[in-house]
Ligand binder design. Structure first.
Ligand code: PLP
Length: 400
């Protein structure tokens, strides 16, 4: 079939592909320990879910304004104000189908053919495709464990050309758990400003932070204007992935362009989801309580994962994640003729041990695998133990 260049090079999301394979293997009766998951294994706070149900029962089941209910946009702005301390204009808030659509809207509205967009790697798997859908070119700026996965203005400057139009930031980051400090963000924004670049800052994991209550935001160090788009939503912090509530915050002019785009693709997000999110964003203390409980569990699992990795995969390298809920583990020392890259290694792990992990290749670095902490602690421990017994003989062989 001859497909349009719009989609002809597009690959389905690698993370979703692994999750689908896990479901299939489980249905066949295989004992699978799934560490490929990209969503919190927690329930949506009950009061938010009830608000969604009440909206359906009360008949709030019709269109709303494309950018979302005015009261939801106001509640999101108020919640952002409480966190950033600055003034947030609800006219700059556009509610979209998850952070993913918010990112699509931003990329599509800002970038086009011939534009280059700087993308620090390891990156979340959808960014290159989101940039490519706008017919712009992702320019990957590699970081590694030696940089604690952080880019600096100097690294970005080395990749900048006359065509560079934008930069994507993601802190806390998926898959690495990197969290940039305020000062580091300030330096990156200042550099981007000096070169007239747009910055899209994906802060969807902002509240999932192990060392502080909330990770630093670009809004702590810069005012929103035509050059800055903040992406966030209810998916990760409120365990609401299936409700599809994300948002962007930017200048009202750019927000209007993104709303016009969304008016021709999906219109408003599902109305009951907006009421569920409204309850969550309005009742910050209740939601904060749920978020804190969830982050504490992730913190314990993270400690367990790090302890198990040190004991069972001594040749693996990991920078302890400071946020989000993944461990990005460097495993290339375990590559051999049976599995010489991250995709083959993950396939081997799944076949031999029933452990599902996502290959680092999906995030722009083939030396790694991503393990999710969104699984019970015992499963994480057992999965790493199994990985150790499958891979450790290779190490022994290499060393002897
Ligand atoms: N941004 C990052 C960094 C993510 O990890 C994800 C989901 O995995 C998203 C955005 C998408 O979030 P949503 O489910 O709200 O579309």
């Amino acid at each position: 079939m001859r497909l349009s260049p719009n989609v002809s090079t597009l690959q389905p999301s690698a993370t979703i592909a692994v999750a689908t394979l896990c479901r299939q293997l489980r249905a066949e009766g295989r004992d699978i320990l799934d560490l490929s998951v990209g969503e919190p294994d927690f329930r949506t706070p009950d009061f938010a879910a009830q608000a969604g149900i009440a909206a359906i029962v009360q008949g709030f089941t019709h269109y709303t304004p494309v950018a979302g209910l005015p009261e939801l946009r106001a509640a999101i702005a108020a919640s952002m104000e409480r966190q950033s301390g600055g003034t947030i204009d609800p006219a700059g808030v556009v509610v979209s189908n998850g952070a993913k659509q918010a990112l699509f809207n931003a990329c599509f509205a800002l970038f086009g053919p011939g534009d280059e967009v700087l993308l620090p790697a390891p990156y979340w798997t959808s960014y290159p495709d989101l940039i490519a859908l706008a017919r712009a070119t992702p320019v990957v700026v590699r970081t590694g464990t030696e940089h604690a996965f952080k880019v600096t203005p100097a690294m970005l400057e080395a990749a900048r050309t006359a065509r560079t139009r934008g930069l994507i930031l993601n802190s806390p980051g998926n898959p690495t758990g990197v969290v940039y400090s305020r000062d580091e963000l300030a330096a990156l924004i200042e550099w981007a400003r000096a070169h007239g670049l747009y910055v899209i800052s994906d802060e969807i994991y902002g509240r999932v932070c192990f060392e502080e209550e909330r990770a630093a935001s670009v809004l702590d160090v810069a005012r929103v204007d035509d050059g800055l788009v903040v992406i966030d939503g209810a998916s990760k912090a409120f365990a609401m992935t299936g409700w599809r509530v994300g948002y962007s915050y930017t200048s009202s002019e750019l927000a209007a362009a993104m709303t016009a785009l969304q008016s021709h693709t999906t219109s408003n997000i599902a109305t009951p989801s907006q009421y569920a999110a409204l309850a969550a964003f309005r009742d910050e203390p209740r939601v904060e309580h749920a978020v804190r409980a969830m982050v504490n569990v992730f913190r314990r699992r993270r400690a367990k994962a790090l302890e198990m990795l040190a004991a069972h995969l001594p040749d693996a390298e990991v920078v302890p994640p400071a946020g989000a809920f993944y461990a990005f583990v460097r495993v290339d020392r375990y590559f051999d003729e049976r599995a010489a890259d991250s995709i083959a290694l993950c396939r081997r792990l799944l076949d031999e041990t029933g452990v599902a992990a996502v290959p680092g290749a999906a995030f722009g670095d083939d030396r790694f695998v991503r393990l999710s902490l969104a699984a019970p602690e015992n499963d994480i421990a057992e999965a790493i133990r199994r990985m150790g017994s499958a891979l450790a003989p290779t190490t022994a062989g290499r060393e002897s």
